[in-house]
Ligand binder design. Structure first.
Ligand code: SAH
Length: 240
């Protein structure tokens, strides 16, 4: 049973309010009552023990205790730009990337992309992020960023090590330091649609400073490629 709830609004002093889905999950699904102790997190890295002080129709009031100590992360922040797959595969992707600590997911706009990241779709994805955070213990939400093309992505992250997963690229193991030997502070990695990137997109990506990297000899589905990249970042390079 999950006893962690997402506090969407900043608390006022030691008073917080759970609303909507979170309040309903707390009282209707888990049957929490006044006096019960839960934990709440704000999505920006803070977490508190909290006791329920009042239960309304769609609200739960809580009194926060002392903030719980935050675990330091040595992870290099990863922005993953992914040509979103459809339906349940999207939901699954968001769950796994949240668990693996990806900082930000950008719906990648490509020629052959099949799913559009509408505002409604992004709200749904954000809900998936919250669910996954509640379950896995992560206190910082994975951001669902506005959609972008590869060029827009390069412009947004000029200082990042920029990678495009592309069959036939160079081995991923070679990208763990910058070419000038500097510490890596941010990684941006892009995954294309099931139909692959067009030759023009690949040329534009290289011109925008992306390196083409291989994820092995076989062709992976979009989600597998994204998860392989997220796992590589979470397990290997550290901030120095
Ligand atoms: N037929 C397409 C494959 C698309 S797979 C093609 O030949 O390009 C969907 C996306 O997953 C690709 O655009 C790429 O970003 C990533 N991907 C899948 N397998 C990969 C591999 N072995 N190496 C690098 N990237 C891969």
């Amino acid at each position: 049973m999950s006893d962690r709830f997402f506090l969407a609004e900043p608390p006022t002093g030691s008073h917080g309010v759970l609303r909507d889905d979170e309040a309903r999950h707390c009282t209707r699904v888990l049957r929490a009552k006044v006096g019960d102790t839960i934990r709440v997190f704000d999505g920006h890295g803070s977490e508190w023990p909290a006791s329920i002080t009042a239960v309304g129709r769609d609200t739960v009031d809580v009194a926060l205790g002392e903030p719980l100590p935050a675990g330091a992360s040595s992870r290099v922040p990863l922005t993953l730009a992914v040509a979103l797959p459809k339906g349940d595969r999207q939901k699954w992707l968001v769950e796994k990337l949240t668990e693996l600590g990806t900082a930000r997911l950008v719906p990648l706009v490509t020629e052959r992309g099949v799913a559009e990241a509408t505002d409604a779709a992004r709200v749904r994805l954000k809900r998936g992020v919250i669910e996954a955070c509640k379950q896995c213990g992560r206190n910082t939400l994975m951001e669902i960023a506005a959609p972008a093309t590869l060029q827009e992505l390069a412009a947004r992250h000029p200082a990042a090590v920029r990678l495009v997963a592309h069959p036939g690229g160079t081995s991923l193991g070679d990208q763990r330091r910058t070419s000038s030997g500097q510490a890596i502070t941010e990684i941006v990695a892009a995954v294309g649609p099931e139909g692959g990137f067009t030759e023009e997109e690949v040329a534009q990506a290289v011109a925008a400073g992306f390196e083409l990297v291989s994820l092995g000899p076989d062709i992976l589905r979009i989600e597998t490629a994204a998860i392989a990249l997220a796992a590589w970042v979470t397990l290997a390079p550290t901030r120095s």
